[in-house]
Ligand binder design. Structure first.
Ligand code: ADP
Ligand code: MG
Length: 342
């Protein structure tokens, strides 16, 4: 342990979002990574490490150069996209594996599966993890949805984005014409494929997993929509997450202990762990679930590289069991260092 104290840690984050400018479709979601990097650096300092912020944009050469100096004991990887492309997120752990450098978070295969929600759904189904009825379609493929015989209301979302990008109140569609309209509208905003799923009317629960899924914590929080304006559907839209002052904004994450029953919490944790392991995740993350009309939990989203901003759901969950943000970050780093110790 003493050897890792004062160890130099590269806190790696992406700056590619700066190109889209503050008016960009997902600027708020993307720009937060800088604040997260600062907070993680502070946390690591507090725990006796020597953090150095390292930014990447399109190319990974700054990381390769830094790694080649041999002065970093590990990389705290916060990168969510490269060159504006979230599909390139796995390039970072892939490179670090090749270079033999320890890093926090999940490996490339898990990130790759999770990036494509259609692929995630297939993987979960193969592992017997409950998911809502649904189908992946391209722009305008209304006929494929009809063929899948799903039950309305349906929920339409981009299959290759996260952070609620492309999600607003009209993501819930009640008939075929609303579905066609929504698919058409979404195609102007985000490239396909898109997922059309049966709308899950029950409670939305997030299970935070840290520092790893086998011996680590699985902490349930749920989203309380009660302060949202009248008539606003209880879903986490982009406005809900990122735009203070909008009618959707007033949702908040609450610790579930004492509010959900012990049985509900146990069920949520078990489904979440199964989902996380099914995508091959070995580090921290968050699994999003919702209750179906039958009262059971279904997986809507697996996040093997979740936001660990001090105010993000992950940190709220950790705090609810007495793990402050700095301890969360230090714990994640310790697991990464232990993975690589001989
Ligand atoms: N099948 C569904 N039924 C009901 N709501 C859903 C469904 N899928 C997604 N949502 C809502 O949309 C939000 C964002 O979807 P999610 O799949 O978690 O994508 P993201 O990666 O953007 O977080 C969820 O938090 C939830 O409120
Ligand atoms: Mg989600």
């Amino acid at each position: 342990v003493t050897s890792s104290a004062r160890a130099r840690i590269a806190v790696l984050y992406n700056v590619d979002f700066e190109r889209q400018g503050a008016g960009g479709a997902s600027y708020e979601a993307d720009a937060e990574v800088r604040e997260t990097a600062d907070a993680v650096a502070h946390a690591l300092e507090k725990h006796g490490y020597t953090p150095e912020l390292l930014a990447v944009d399109d190319e990974l050469s700054p990381l390769e150069r830094a790694a080649a100096t041999g002065r970093f004991a590990a990389v705290f990887n916060l990168v969510e996209s490269l060159g504006g492309d979230a599909a390139r997120e796995p390039d970072v752990p892939e490179l670090l594996d090749r270079l033999g450098v320890a890093y926090t978070g999940n490996s490339a295969p898990a990130l790759r599966v999770a990036h494509a929600k259609d692929r995630t759904r297939r993987r979960l189904a193969e592992h017997g993890v409950p998911i809502p009825g649904g189908v992946a379609v391209g722009a305008g493929e209304v006929a494929s949805v009809a063929a899948a015989q799903l039950r309305y209301p349906l929920f339409v979302k981009p299959a290759r984005t996260d952070a609620s990008i492309g999600i607003d109140q009209s993501s819930i569609v009640r008939d075929a014409s609303a579905l066609a309209r929504r698919l058409e509208q979404l195609a102007t905003l985000v490239p396909g494929p898109y997922l059309v799923e049966e709308y899950l009317p029950g409670r939305e629960v997030n299970v935070a997993i840290f520092p790893e899924p086998i011996e680590g914590h699985l902490v349930c929080t749920h989203i309380d929509f009660s302060a949202c304006a009248e008539g606003v559907a209880p879903i986490v839209t982009y406005d809900c997450k990122w735009r203070p002052g909008t009618p959707d904004y007033n949702a908040r994450s609450l610790p579930s202990s004492g509010i959900l029953s012990a049985e509900e919490i146990a069920a949520a944790r078990s489904v979440a762990r199964a989902a996380f392991l099914a995508i091959g995740a070995t580090s921290y993350g968050r699994v999003d679930l919702r209750g179906g009309a039958d009262g059971r939990f279904y997986v809507i989203d697996v996040n093997p590289n979740p936001d660990i901003h001090p105010e993000a759901g992950m940190s709220i969950a950790a705090r609810s069991i007495g793990v402050e943000h700095d301890a969360l970050a230090a714990g994640i780093l310790r697991t990464a260092l232990a993975r690589r110790s001989p």
